[in-house]
Design a protein around this ligand. Structure first.
Ligand SMILES: *Cc1c(COP(=O)(O)O)cnc(C)c1O
Length: 212
């Protein structure tokens, strides 16, 4: 692996679109190569794997860690202790627990709420109707900062279908007055940019193919 894919993508991105380098499945040495190009935001989806790399990279204090994997209730305290961003909060109950734990830990994680915009059985998230219903209540939760929404599109959609779903996310975020949309992966990032993504989560297109 080298830094050439990273540099090419970075050049193509509009200035208002942030790039999260998804380093799951790749080593701390590979993270260093990309960090050396000025990349500070790294995303991990498996807690144990992430913690091991964070330990190896503890002197790289400019790295900001984002948790993007399924949030398990029993890991919430550790996630709050070790990640600045959590992109994948998929239920009211977990959000409430994150808020309470953050208060106890004196942390202020930046949160994206994962929303379910298609009926892909493999993907969880808030039902948009429920989110809108509970929004006035949710936005008062203490010790967290809700920055935006996150979505994962099903695989195999056409370009037009991808854009349509991403725009749903953008419109919902706008209606809740949220700035960020964490959307777009290696296979659909161009559509996500077109639809108004502010955070692309890119793994394989930067680091190469993963073993999982
Ligand atoms: C793995 C992963 C990504 C990155 O996927 P690529 O297709 O490798 O870019 C983005 N978001 C989430 C939630 C992931 O788990």
């Amino acid at each position: 692996m080298d830094n050439s894919n990273y540099l090419q993508i970075k050049k193509k991105l509009p200035l208002n679109v942030n790039l999260l380098a998804v380093s799951k499945g790749f080593s701390s040495e590979e993270i260093k190569i990309i960090n050396n190009q000025g990349q500070k935001d790294f995303g991990e989806s498996r807690f144990q794997e992430a913690i091991e790399k964070q330990l190896l990279l503890k002197n790289f204090t400019n790295i900001k860690w984002h948790f993007i994997g399924r949030v398990q209730s029993n890991k919430i305290r550790k996630i709050v202790q070790n990640f600045k961003y959590i992109h994948s909060v998929d239920s009211y109950e977990k959000l409430l627990k994150i808020s309470n734990v953050s208060f106890e830990e004196k942390k202020n994680p930046l949160i994206m709420l994962q929303v379910k915009l298609s009926d892909d059985p493999n993907k969880g998230g808030f039902d948009p109707k429920v989110l809108i219903e509970k929004w006035d209540h949710i936005k008062q939760f203490k010790s967290i900062k809700i920055k935006g929404l996150m979505t994962i599109n099903p695989k195999g959609l056409s370009s037009a279908e991808n854009i349509k779903l991403f725009k749903k996310c953008r419109n919902l975020a706008d209606s809740l007055k949220l700035h960020d949309c964490s959307m777009g992966m290696s296979g659909d990032w161009e559509e996500a940019v077109e639809a108004g993504s502010t955070w692309l989560r890119l793994g394989s297109i930067i680091f190469g193919n993963r073993s999982y």
